[in-house]
Design a protein around this ligand. Structure first.
Ligand code: FES
Ligand code: FES
Length: 165
């Protein structure tokens, strides 16, 4: 067993059971063991936001916790949100507004935007910027990202979820 410990968790709706090294971070576990490489690792110290995932529906930095700490929890990654079409409109607006260049920060940006937009309402640009304050982008200058999120919020506000297909 090489000191590894068993973990059982739900990832993007599927049960995953395996042995994991006690000091492996959740981010490394998702990328290396589960091959969900949409969760990026940048700073690995909770600053850049590239590694954000949902843990029991709460955004967390996957670089700051060990995989064993997620035992028994439900994890959703950017792949999960994408597969269940939860952010298709947001991704479309990122594309329309050229809100990404290298794309390294984009999964984390989308995670933060998902959290903000899930709260409902029509956030102001300052509120959008505030929601992104833990996400670093080295390429875009942020304006297009804020534009894309604002456009999505406006569209969702104009068309409630139950009326969207
Ligand atoms: S890699 Fe986790 S916050 Fe930067
Ligand atoms: S698009 Fe390159 S870091 Fe944001």
């Amino acid at each position: 067993m090489n000191g590894k410990v068993p973990v059982s968790l739900e990832i993007n709706g599927e049960t995953v059971e395996c042995l994991v090294a006690p000091r492996m971070t959740l981010a490394d576990f998702l990328r290396q063991e589960v091959e969900l490489t949409g969760t990026h690792t940048g700073c690995e110290m909770g600053v850049c936001g590239a590694c954000l995932v949902l843990l029991d529906d709460v955004p967390v930095h996957a670089c700051l916790m060990f995989a064993v700490q997620a035992d028994g929890c439900a994890v959703e990654t950017i792949e999960g949100l994408t597969t269940r079409q939860a952010i298709a409109d947001l991704q479309g607006n990122f594309h329309e507004r050229n809100a990404l260049q290298c794309g390294f920060c984009t999964p984390g940006m989308l995670m933060s935007a998902y959290g903000l937009l899930s709260a409902g309402g029509m956030p102001s640009r300052d509120e959008i910027r505030d929601a992104l304050s833990g996400n670093y982008c080295r390429c875009t200058g942020y304006e297009a990202i804020v534009d894309a999120i604002e456009t999505t919020a406006r569209q969702r506000y104009a068309t409630p979820a139950e009326e969207r297909s």
